[in-house]
Design a protein around this ligand. Structure first.
Ligand SMILES: [Zn+2]
Length: 257
């Protein structure tokens, strides 16, 4: 059975690609070996088949192919090809794909709902034809920092949850309130992305540290890390994922995205 847990740690490759994929693989393996929770090495929002291919030969255990800017049929075609090579690379590797268009830009001020909302009927076809493990649907969230409360299409999310059986991934989770998370989790969102919020926590802590007279970047970063840790803990609590890693390890469920 394929399952996606909320509490597995994701290393997003996008920012680290300049280091070289081999370096990421070696670093990640070392860090993962020290972790007592399951860890996925994840390639986020790749629109390149070739990059997915390279990541798969370099130890990645989860990939996201993002063909959401392409016409529907082309998105299916590209995603299907990625699922095929991923299956050949190993059973335990998961594929996430995006449908509709989740707008915004990470770390910038944005309006929610600027992307194109997913069409649930198309989503059913997309999931069936591609064989993906998790779907990132556009339901009105966006990457970045919301200027005002986004208009999330709970009606669409609910329709989707009745129509598709695979887990859903919420992108653009930074800044959403607890009630929104609870509702969406109940509808089948099993992975929630809050990267921008965590980066802001880190940046503000770092800024404070320097303002308070720190001059050593390593010490300042150490303080910021503690602040981010607390922010992550708070999210783990809200998402109801505390303690799930143990269950996952015991049941030996396949881990992904
Ligand atoms: Zn995203």
């Amino acid at each position: 059975m394929y399952s996606m847990m909320m509490n597995n740690l994701l290393l997003t490759a996008k920012e680290y690609i300049p280091l070289g994929l081999k370096t990421i693989d070696v670093l990640a393996k070392e860090l993962i070996s020290r972790s007592n929770v399951p860890v996925a090495l994840h390639l986020d929002h790749s629109n390149s088949f070739e990059l997915v291919q390279k990541c798969l030969v370099n130890g990645f255990t989860s990939v996201m192919i993002d063909g959401s800017k392409m016409p529907f049929d082309k998105n299916i075609e590209l995603t299907k090809k990625v699922v095929e090579i991923t299956r050949a690379a190993g059973d335990e590797i998961g594929v996430e794909a995006e449908l509709g268009s989740i707008g915004g830009v990470e770390d910038q001020f944005i309006d929610g709902g600027s992307g194109e909302i997913i069409n649930p009927k198309e989503a059913v076809k997309f999931v069936e034809e591609t064989g993906i493990d998790a779907l990132a649907p556009a339901i009105g969230t966006a990457h970045g920092i919301y200027k005002s409360e986004p208009k999330i299409r709970f009606d669409v999310a609910e329709e989707l949850s009745n129509m598709i059986k695979i887990p859903m991934v919420l992108h653009g989770g930074s800044g959403l309130n607890e009630m929104t998370f609870q509702k969406l989790i109940q509808m089948g969102f099993s992975k929630i992305k809050v990267g921008t919020e965590l980066k802001i926590a880190w940046y503000r802590a770092l800024e404070n540290s320097f303002k308070n007279g720190r001059t050593d970047p390593l010490l300042a970063n150490g303080e910021a890390k503690e602040v981010v840790k607390e922010a992550v803990k708070a999210k783990i609590k809200i998402f109801g994922s505390a303690g799930k890693a143990r269950e996952l390890l015991i049941s030996n469920i396949k881990i992904s995205v």
